[in-house]
Design a protein around this ligand. Structure first.
Ligand code: ASP
Length: 331
């Protein structure tokens, strides 16, 4: 199918099925497919982490079907999750740090190697767009904290005051009682959205955005804004993105590992398995935390793997947007 036909047919399908119209918030009970089915190939493909990925994929697919490029699709896809006040792990609705402050990390990357990221930013509704602006409007790759916020203001983005939602305020007050800092596997005090897109022409982009670990130390930055850790894209090979305990992904640069494995000929699935295996090797306490990784190669084949059971992802391919349970290292 050429690009024009794809745009026409998907726009028609979207009009008929409502795809790209009403977007479900944080996963509207989509049909869950068990375990990793044999990876199909085919472009375009949109894939993203966790069940909030269903809504993000829909938004990204809509951009593609209207003729937008992979970069626009990746940015707009994760927007929907950043804007959801009920999402407690991405955007300003996210759980705060120990001091009750929401700080956000995000990165964006395209197939030519251009990348932008922001870390430890406050009061910015769409950190992914700020990351994109760093990539497109500055000579830099990464900006952090107040400098990044001032830059946001200079390009017309609003800087909002730190304000918890009723849900996150209540959860923080609860947490203050015991101050127990421990990531809990799949009982989400973490849940980044990482989204990878390859459009009909093979153009590739990825986006990764998060409020990071709940109750983190003020100033802590995770893997999501670090190129090669939370996200890596190389148009010659493919792309990968991670979610989970960021410190372990930072120590191993897991997304970069997966892309390099694919460069050496690995399938996306075995590339993901190798990245998780490295994390296991370097972390004797691997039973205590979760990491999930997604990878796609340039043919549109995908892989997904969790350290533990419970990692799922949304795959939009062949006009179907499905939530899939990933296979895992610990069975
Ligand atoms: N990786 C993110 C972080 O460590 C959190 C997550 O994906 O769950 O900040």
């Amino acid at each position: 199918m050429d690009r024009k036909t794809f745009i026409k047919t998907t726009a028609m399908a979207a009009a008929l099925t409502g795809v790209g119209g009403k977007l479900s918030a944080q996963g509207e009970d989509p049909k869950v497919v068990k375990n990793n089915p044999k990876s199909k190939s085919g472009l375009p493909i949109v894939i993203s982490t966790w069940n909030h990925g269903i809504a993000a994929n829909e938004a990204a697919w809509k951009v593609l079907s209207e003729g937008g490029n992979a970069l626009d699709a990746a940015e707009r896809g994760v927007w929907i999750v950043e804007a959801d006040p009920n999402n407690t792990s991405v955007g300003l609705g996210g759980f705060p740090d120990r001091d009750g402050i929401v700080t956000l990390d995000a990165s964006i990357m395209v197939d030519g190697g251009q990348a932008g990221s922001v870390a430890f930013v406050q009061g910015i509704e769409h950190p992914i767009s700020l990351a994109r602006a760093v990539m497109e409007k500055t000579p830099h790759v990464m900006m952090v904290g107040e400098g990044a916020e001032l830059f946001a203001e200079s390009i017309g983005m609003k800087r909002l005051k730190n304000k918890l939602t009723p849900t996150t305020e209540k959860a923080w007050q609860e947490w203050l009682k015991e101050k127990n800092y421990k990531p809990i596997i799949n009982i989400e005090n973490h849940d980044t959205i990482g989204l990878l897109v390859i459009d009909q022409d093979g153009a590739m982009a990825g986006a990764c955005t998060t409020s990071g670990l709940a109750w983190k130390m003020h100033g802590r930055v995770g893997d999501s804004p670090i190129i090669g850790a939370g996200l890596f894209v190389d148009g010659d090979v493919g792309a990968a993105t991670c979610t989970g305990l960021g410190e372990t992904v930072l120590r191993t640069l897991a997304s970069h590992v997966a892309v390099e494995e694919m460069r050496r000929g690995a399938t996306p699935q075995s590339a993901c398995e190798e990245a998780i295996t490295r994390i296991v090797k370097k972390h004797p306490n691997f039973k205590d935390f979760q990491v999930g990784i997604l990878a796609v190669n340039k043919n549109g084949e995908h892989g997904a793997y969790g350290l533990h059971k419970g990692f799922n992802y949304a795959l939009y391919q062949d006009k179907k947007n499905e939530l899939i349970d990933a296979d895992s290292y610990v069975k």
